[in-house]
Design a protein around this ligand. Structure first.
Ligand code: UD1
Ligand code: CA
Length: 455
């Protein structure tokens, strides 16, 4: 039987933050949620989250997750003290306990699973995930005997200079036989530089304890500062990009591209520089996104071209050309083979198929049919200061340049709106609508020097 406990009670002083450290986000998910998700994939019987500092925010960050047991550590007296809080909830539990720290968001499920498997194979009292770090500063150093059995773990600040040369660190990830750990826990002291009860002290008593090196040392990164948070984001991004490139996505200048791990891409997508794909976004085969685009919680169908555009919570049909400088948002739906071009904003707007709005337009709360052509500078006046109102434009209708459609309004099919018109009433099918003053031309008005002639 397996239980997992995640340490999430500390403040995270080194973050210099108003938030508890573990609720800081990394690529759209909090640190603690990432750790929890990695652990949940193992289907443990119980999941205990140790909370304390800013616990309302930590609980909130995990609120969507059913079946968690929150355990309060009222005062944060160290990682050992945190695990002591499990003595009561885990009373009578006879299985293995995996302990994770809420600040190691790069840890993978596979690594935890491997740790548990070797722990069980070797009948160890405890198994510690270790890593050989090029720069081990700040981590607890792991000292082993010849058989890879851990003799002790000494925190960086408690190490002598010679001990600090040891690059083998504890990742703060452990598997314990809970009954044996439970016996030791009450013995912990706080005899160290920080006067804290360290969980690592239990390795002075437990035996045998094995070290297991993680294959990819980046998984062991603990986030203690914003610099480390930024570094973790780089690691996460390069993991995600590598995965998609292996699956057939082309990326030009990948270091300038960011992709959330919730995004789905099809083979033969091309991502150009300075492009950011966020949330539940899907890009289908043959589409070229970027340079300079932000796509969030949106679907882009096949063979689209999206250039310098922002698309949020919307769907773009196949074969569309979007951008440059286009903003599509609020559940807009664009049909196949549309053009949404230069400086065009669509908000809560539906477009049929083969419909174009190529230049300088605002279309809000609008429903456009098929083969509609929106002239440059067309605006839907959808807001009266209190409420938003809809605009409907039928198939094959055209709006002239600089026309304003004052909503609520219905424009029928095959209508032509003369340029410069402000239209306030519904227009029936096949009509021409002109709403502007007729121009006056005054011939022979100026003399050759540009002076008004006196008549
Ligand atoms: C800890 C380990 C260190 C290891 C490193 C790996 C100890 C004493 N040190 O150091 O050996 O190399 O992680 O990243 O265990 N927390 C509580 N209650 C407390 C104190 C901390 O829940 O009273 C939580 C924190 O919220 C955090 C985690 O425990 O999620 C680790 O605490 P942190 O202060 O970051 O420990 P490190 O100094 O990084
Ligand atoms: Ca840490």
């Amino acid at each position: 039987m397996l239980a997992v406990a995640i340490l999430a009670a500390g403040k995270g002083t080194r973050m210099k933050s108003d938030l508890p450290k573990v609720v800081h986000e990394l690529g759209g998910r909090s640190l603690v949620k990432r750790v929890l998700d990695a652990a949940t994939a193992l289907s443990p019987k119980r999941r205990l989250i140790i909370v304390g500092y800013g616990q309302a925010l930590v609980r909130e960050a995990l609120a969507a997750e059913p079946g968690l047991e929150f355990v309060e550590q009222a005062e944060q007296l160290g990682t050992g003290h945190a695990i002591q809080q499990l003595l009561e909830p885990l009373q009578g539990f006879t299985g293995d306990l995996v302990v994770l720290t809420g600040d190691t968001p790069l840890l993978t499920t596979q690594t935890i699973a491997d740790l548990v498997a070797t722990h069980r194979d070797r009948h160890a009292a405890a198994t510690v995930l270790t890593a050989l770090l090029p720069d081990p500063t700040g981590y607890g150093r792991v000292f082993c005997d010849r058989n890879n059995q851990i003799e002790c773990i000494i925190e960086h600040r408690d190490c002598t200079d010679a001990q600090r040369q040891n690059q083998r660190v504890s990742a703060g990830v452990y598997c314990f036989k809970w009954p044996e750990l439970a016996e030791i826990l009450p013995k912990l002291s706080n005899n160290n530089d920080q006067k804290e009860y360290y969980l690592t002290e239990v390795f002075n008593y437990l035996s045998p304890v094995f070290a297991q090196d993680v294959e990819d040392y980046e998984e062991s990164f603990g986030i203690n500062s914003r610099v480390q948070l930024a570094h973790a984001y780089e690691v996460l991004q390069s993991r995600i990009r590598d995965k998609w490139m292996r699956l057939g996505v082309t990326m030009n200048l990948p270091d300038t591209i960011t992709i959330d791990d919730t995004v789905e891409l099809e083979p033969n997508v091309i991502i150009e520089p300075q492009t950011h794909l966020r949330g539940y976004t899907k890009i289908k085969s043959g589409s070229v996104i970027g340079p300079g685009s932000l796509i969030e919680n949106s679907t882009i169908a096949e063979n689209c071209r999206v250039l310098y555009a922002t698309v949020e919570d919307s769907q773009i049909g196949a074969g569309c050309r979007v951008g440059p400088y286009t903003h599509i948002s609020k559940e807009s739906i664009v049909g196949d083979r549309c053009r949404v071009g230069n400086f065009v904003e669509l908000k809560k707007t539906r477009m049929g198929e083969n419909t174009n709005a190529a230049h300088l337009s605002y279309l809000g709360d609008a429903t456009l049919g098929n083969r509609v052509n929106i002239g440059a500078g067309t605006v839907t006046a959808n807001y009266d200061g209190f409420n938003k109102h809809p605009t409907v434009i039928g198939d094959r209708s055209k709006t002239g340049a600089n026309s304003v459609l004052v909503a609520p309004i219905q424009i029928g099919k095959n209508v032509n709106i003369a340029s410069g018109s402000v239209v306030t009433t519904n227009v029936e099918d096949n009509a021409l609508a002109i709403a502007r003053a007729r121009e006056t031309i005054k011939p022979d008005y100026y003399d050759e020097d540009g002076r008004k002639k006196v008549k």
